[in-house]
Unconditional design. Structure first.
Length: 69
């Protein structure tokens, strides 16, 4: 089974780009308390990641630098 996903990355010129990728899912994963098995894939290595948060009433009209290539 294949899973498709989109990765956001920074190109050689410092711009943000989206890249469509796919990974193979392997059979045999079972969550605790679940009798049936499903498919899974290991986490992918990363050069860095971060979490962000904002209040529910946050609003900002500034355009994001990320865009589709």
């Amino acid at each position: 089974m294949r899973a498709k996903y989109t990765r956001l990355l920074v190109d050689d010129h410092g711009g943000s780009r989206f890249e469509d990728l796919a990974t193979e899912l392997q059979p045999g994963f079972s969550a605790p308390g679940i009798a049936s098995t499903i498919f899974s894939a290991s986490f992918l290595p990363t050069n860095g990641s971060f979490w962000i948060g904002a209040p529910r009433d946050w609003s900002d009209d500034t355009p994001n630098t990320a865009h589709v290539a």
